[in-house]
Design a protein around this ligand. Structure first.
Ligand code: PGA
Length: 264
C-alpha cells in the first residue's frame, strides 16, 4: 500500500495568491510521487484549490463541526466541506485540543458526523511532555484512553451491511479512518520522536484499534517535526513498514522541503 503524506498548512498563507503559488509546488511534483499526497489548507482556500488540483492529489480540511446546519456561528459543517472539495478532515489536532480546549467528547462528535457525511478522517492523538517523562506505561494508557473516547460509538453496525464480514468492516474503516500519532512535544519544535519510540506507540495504536474496534491493518501516520532530512530515518529503520505515512506541518510551507519529501 502507498505511504500517505498529509501536509497541514495550519493558518498559512495569508492570501489566496500565495496559497495558489504554494499549491503549485505540489502540483509540479505530484505526478512523479509514489506516495498518496493529501494537502490540508485553511478552509477558505479549498474551493479555489479544488479547481487547480489533479485527480489523484487529495484535499483535506483542518477541522469540522459536528452539525450539518443551524445556529453555530463561525463553524463549518461536514457537508460544506464535502461541497468545497475536501475528501479528508484532520480531527483532534493537539493545537486545537490545547488552544481551544477541544475535548475528546467534542472530537468524538466531529468524527461521527464526518463519517456519516462520507469524509475520511485523520484523527490526531499524542501525549504531552509530562506524560512522556512518566514512562512508556503512562504514554500507552494516555493514548489508549484518547482512542477509546475519540472513537466511541463508531457506527459499526451501519458500516457493516448484512453481507459484509468483519474483514469487510475493517476494510471500510481502514479507508475512512487514519490515525496520526503526534507527540505534542515534537510538534513544531524541530525535535522529532525517534523512529524506535514512535514505532512502539504506532504498534500499540494498531493493537488497540484491532482489539476494540475490529480494525485490521489500520493506517497510522507519524507527525511531529518531520522534514526532508529526518524522514529518511523513519523510512529506513527496522520495522519502518509499521509507519504508514506522515503528517507534516512546518515543512509543508517550504517549496524545497515539499520537493524533497514528495520525490522520496
Ligand atoms: P510540524 O507539525 O511538522 O510543524 O511539527 C506537525 C503537525 O502539527 O501536524
Amino acid at each position: 500500500m502507498k505511504k500517505i503524506i498529509a501536509f497541514n498548512w495550519k493558518m498559512n498563507p495569508q492570501s489566496l495568491g500565495e496559497a495558489k503559488k504554494l499549491f503549485n509546488s505540489y502540483l509540479l511534483l505530484y505526478s512523479s510521487s509514489k506516495k498518496e499526497i493529501i494537502v490540508c489548507p485553511p478552509f477558505i482556500y479549498l474551493y479555489e484549490l479544488k479547481d487547480l488540483k489533479t485527480k489523484n492529489l487529495k484535499l483535506g480540511s483542518q477541522d469540522v463541526f459536528w452539525e450539518n446546519s443551524g445556529a453555530f456561528t463561525g463553524e463549518i459543517s461536514p457537508k460544506m466541506l464535502k461541497n468545497l472539495g475536501a475528501e479528508y478532515v484532520i480531527i483532534g489536532h493537539s493545537e486545537r485540543r490545547q488552544n481551544l480546549n477541544e475535548t475528546d467528547e467534542m472530537i468524538n462528535k466531529k468524527i461521527l458526523a464526518a463519517l456519516k457525511t462520507g469524509l475520511k478522517i485523520i484523527l490526531c492523538v499524542g501525549e504531552n511532555l509530562k506524560t512522556r517523562k512518566q514512562g512508556k506505561k503512562a504514554v500507552e494508557n494516555f493514548i489508549k484512553s484518547q482512542l477509546q473516547k475519540d472513537l466511541k460509538n463508531l457506527p459499526l453496525n451501519s458500516l457493516l451491511s448484512k453481507t459484509t464480514s468483519r474483514k469487510g468492516l475493517s476494510y471500510i474503516l481502514n479507508s475512512r479512518l487514519i490515525i496520526a500519532y503526534e507527540p505534542i512535544w515534537a510538534i513544531g519544535t524541530g525535535n522529532s520522536d525517534s523512529p524506535k519510540d514512535a514505532i512502539e506507540i504506532i504498534k500499540l495504536i494498531k493493537k488497540t484499534l484491532n482489539s476494540i474496534f475490529y480494525i485490521l491493518n489500520p493506517r497510522v501516520l507519524y507527525g511531529g517535526s518531520v522534514d526532508s532530512k529526518n524522514i529518511k530515518n523513519f523510512l529506513q529503520c527496522m520495522q519502518c513498514n509499521e509507519i504508514d505515512g506522515f503528517l507534516i506541518g512546518s515543512a509543508s510551507l517550504q517549496p524545497k522541503e515539499i520537493k524533497n519529501i514528495i520525490k522520496l
